[in-house]
Design a protein around this ligand. Structure first.
Ligand SMILES: [Mn+2]
Length: 442
């Protein structure tokens, strides 16, 4: 078990074999690690590993390259930074090529300094090279330089692959279905995140700044081993909640308003993505509760429908039916109810999709439409993890009762598709009116 991954090294080896099994005969795949990103001058952002590279290696350092060769035998090769006592004193320990081979179970490892010389030899005489062309221009140049060397050395018997294949589709299809050990990590990321939402509810008080609630959330994440949030945390009081990606988090919370918090931890590379909306003072007003219970009813109806064979189009339709009916009953939508549902009238106030895949990335990889023409909505399968997050947003322009103006509500859970239906990974974050009011009672 690797302290950086919480996933056994044998699983990474298996993933590499599963990927190689799908590669064409006599081909080579190249998957680079992430690079450190400058924050300012000589300081860097906290490093985030490239997720495809991480998925296949569990290796946590920047400046590395995974090479997979599918020939008569299959081979996993890693290039990584050399041990360097002087650098390590300043910037932290490095695994080094020798230890990487045994600890991460590669067939061969090299130091990065050998890359230019050795990489062309692994690409030589292959029929195809697979990589994520266009995602990293520096790496594209390196690969093309290797191909040029091979093309220019025909007399020495070297040849360049004739075919370039985008490797992303293969890896991303694998990443879409989570293994038991990935689900375990995601359950834990959700546990930490749900506790952070609970803590935010308990800390909420009028007069606090949004960033003070954010501080509680980030403390809960970091204290439990999730040093990064999976994305910029949203703490949006009052009508800031109607801005979908509000991250300024610098205004004062008012007693009679709701606060929307969209925040999830990243644990061992895996994201949680939870949204809760609650009254700053712990008690819903009648109008707040009306809208809140409507969003909750839509969310619960969608979640109850999640099972293998269902899909995001069905989920969107269920949300639309519940929300449109509720908005009609509240007098916010008027006309013929049946027609309003057909016209998806709720979309005026529910302005985003019902959910997305979740995994190593918060908006995780994997196609939503499949088939040649990408027309068919993909069916849910056991092992997929997705968010269900209906919302309603009244940004003040809409022609609705002033009691509903300036309200933004979203409720988001993380759902694992199982053989029998689903498991709600974020179930521990309170979300009924009575549960929220109970936990917020001073
Ligand atoms: Mn989300």
């Amino acid at each position: 078990m690797n302290k950086h991954t919480r996933i056994d090294v044998t699983e990474f080896v298996k993933r590499r074999f599963d990927l190689m099994a799908q590669m064409p005969e006599n081909s080579v795949a190249l998957i680079p690690a992430g690079k450190e990103v400058t924050r300012s001058r000589d300081t860097e952002f906290l490093f985030c590993q490239d997720k495809d590279f991480y998925y296949l290696t569990g290796f946590h350092e920047p400046d590395a390259l995974l090479v997979l060769v599918k020939s008569i035998e299959c081979e996993s090769i890693l290039f990584c930074r050399a041990k360097d006592p002087e650098q390590e004193v300043w910037h932290g320990r490095r695994v080094g090529a020798e230890q990487a081979e045994s600890e991460f179970n590669f067939d061969v490892t090299y130091e990065l300094a050998e890359l230019e010389q050795i990489l062309p030899l692994y690409i030589n005489n292959r029929d195809a090279v697979l990589f994520a062309q266009g995602s990293n221009s520096e790496f594209d140049s390196l690969v093309f330089a290797c191909l040029d060397i091979l093309r220019g050395a025909g007399k020495q018997g070297l040849t360049a692959p004739k075919t370039i294949i985008d490797i992303r589709d293969l890896i991303h299809e694998m990443r879409l279905i989570k293994s038991p050990s990935e689900i375990k990590v995601m359950r834990e990321a959700n546990e930490i995140s749900a506790n952070a939402h609970k803590r935010a509810m308990q800390a909420s008080e009028q007069g606090l700044f949004e960033y003070q609630i954010e501080a509680d959330i980030l403390h809960e994440f970091a204290y439990n081993g999730a040093r990064s949030a999976a994305y910029g945390s949203i703490v949006a009081g009052g009508e800031n909640a109607t801005i979908l990606h509000y991250t300024d988090n610098d205004e004062v919370l008012m007693s009679d308003e709701l606060v929307l918090i969209d925040a999830g931890a990243e644990l061992a590379g895996y994201a949680a993505d939870i949204t809760r909306t609650f009254p700053v003072n712990g008690k819903f007003t009648k109008h707040q509760a009306q809208l809140y219970n409507l969003v909750l009813a839509a969310q619960e109806a969608v979640i109850a429908s999640i099972k293998p064979g269902s899909n995001f189009a069905i989920a969107n339709d269920i949300a639309n039916t519940v929300l449109t009916t509720g908005l009609y009953e509240l007098g916010i939508l008027t006309g013929d109810l049946k027609q309003l549902i057909i016209d998806k009238a709720s979309k005026q106030y529910f302005i985003h999709g019902i959910g997305h895949w979740l995994g190593l990335d918060v908006h995780d990889v994997g196609d939503y439409q499949i088939n040649e023409d990408r027309q068919q909505v993909r069916e849910f399968q056991p092992g997929m993890v997705l968010t269900i997050e209906p919302g309603l947003y009244f940004d003040g322009e809409a022609n609705v009762d002033e009691n509903y103006q300036g309200i933004g509500i979203r409720i988001e859970d993380n759902i694992l598709v199982t053989e029998a239906g689903y498991e709600n990974l974020s179930v521990n974050a309170p979300k009924t009116v009575s549960d929220i009011e109970a936990i917020m009672k001073k």
